[in-house]
Design a protein around this ligand. Structure first.
Ligand code: HEM
Length: 346
């Protein structure tokens, strides 16, 4: 979550089928190995994958303590716009310089999970010119870096130190309406200049601008999150979007930003970016630290992980026969190679 912005990303949100929990539980310790196997084919490609777990799924997967601030995404109904909650148990945020690496890791994950999960949403994001979104503005400038980024995203919870809360929303833009504005009008919606990406002075920047409403200061210090938004879309379908993803040490910070945007600060003074951007998904997840995923806690009582996940739920095929095209998957659902071989781990 702290790695630098990449050229490509896949945002994969799935729900767990009833009975699919053992397959998911089984995959988690293998994720790092899958990432290594795919990433080693192009080491300079910087492949990473952050796996996050939703509130309801957490209790289906694990016994023991749960992240203190993990809860379902809170819907917001503002005067003109809504932040909707949509289904999602697991989020895989796959990033690399090139889409081929993301795509291949996505295939390997879905090969393992096929039939145990249903895909709720999948977005393939790309970098657009100088880090611009499809509204034409540079996106990500004021992200914290270094120590400030660590402080912004790493949860303090002693059981889950190094983990992070993540909120995602998929936005679709009305580009026809947006492009009907002059550049100066667009700049007042965002709160920054378009070409040079400079924040507008306070006496020019409207209180309803995106930057004004997402800036939160408590006792003189700014409360920050780390964003890794990506443009996505389809020229053929006329679909243009921004996938918002924000990591935070405390989800309340991102939630406060959402309240400012949708309900308004003061109430009614909502974010003008929403007049041109509709949130069509919404989810809150917790990304546990790597050590947790390597050795996840036992499943809750009554949900023991079988020695072998039920054959009907393992990823022996995926839609379109992708698994077949990518070599055999052994019956226990692992790839049967190196550290991924379950027998080698036990
Ligand atoms: C349609 C979706 C969105 C688009 C296109 C968008 C775009 C932008 C742009 C262009 C900037 C200014 C440059 C920068 O500092 O990154 C910005 C800033 C920012 N955005 Fe968004 N954003 C979106 C949604 C969100 C959401 C949902 C949140 C939080 C819940 C958020 C939080 C922020 C924050 C914290 C800043 C930096 C404010 C500052 O300190 O100056 N954004 N966004």
């Amino acid at each position: 979550m702290l790695s630098p912005l990449t050229g490509a990303a896949i945002f994969l949100v799935v729900t767990i089928e009833p009975g699919g929990e053992p397959v998911v539980h089984d995959l988690l310790p293998d994720l790092a190995g899958l990432q290594r196997s795919v990433g080693f084919r192009l080491p300079e490609g910087g492949l990473t994958c952050v796996a996050s777990i939703g509130s309801a799924a957490w209790d289906r997967l694990f016994s023991g303590p749960r992240p203190a601030r993990l809860h379902p995404f809170r819907e917001l109904r503002g005067p003109g716009h809504q932040a909707v909650r949509t289904p999602g148990d697991l989020l895989f945020h796959i990033r690399a310089k090139h889409m081929d690496l993301c795509f291949e890791l996505g295939i390997q994950i879905m090969t393992r999970l096929a039939r145990a999960v249903t895909v709720a949403d999948e977005v393939l994001g790309f970098r657009y010119f100088d880090e611009r979104d499809l509204l034409g503005f540079v996106d990500g400038t004021e992200n914290p870096g270094g120590r400030a980024a660590e402080a912004a995203v790493l949860a303090a919870d002693p059981h889950f130190a190094g983990g992070s809360y993540v909120i995602v929303q998929k936005y679709l833009h009305d580009l026809a309406a947006w492009n009907a504005l002059t550049t100066e009008e667009q700049e007042r919606v965002i709160g920054r200049t378009k070409l040079s990406d400079i924040e507008l002075p306070d006496d020019v920047k409207p209180g309803s601008s995106h930057v004004a409403l997402t800036t939160i200061t408590v006792n003189g210090s700014q409360r920050q999150i780390v964003r890794d938004n990506m443009p996505f879309g389809s020229p053929g379908r006329g679909e243009f979007g921004t996938y918002f993803i924000g990591y935070a040490a405390d989800p309340a910070v991102t939630e406060q930003m959402l309240e400012n945007m949708f309900l308004g600060r003061p109430p009614g003074n909502y974010d003008r970016i929403l007049d041109f951007s509709t949130a069509v998904t919404g989810g809150l997840f917790f990304a546990p630290p790597a050590g947790f995923l390597e050795r996840p806690p036992e499943p809750p009582a009554g949900r023991a992980v079988p020695e072998r996940a039920p054959a009907a739920l393992t990823g022996v095929d995926v839609p379109g026969g992708i698994a077949a095209a990518h070599g055999p998957v052994v019956p226990d659902g692992s790839l049967g190679i190196g550290s991924l071989d379950r027998s080698a781990r036990s």
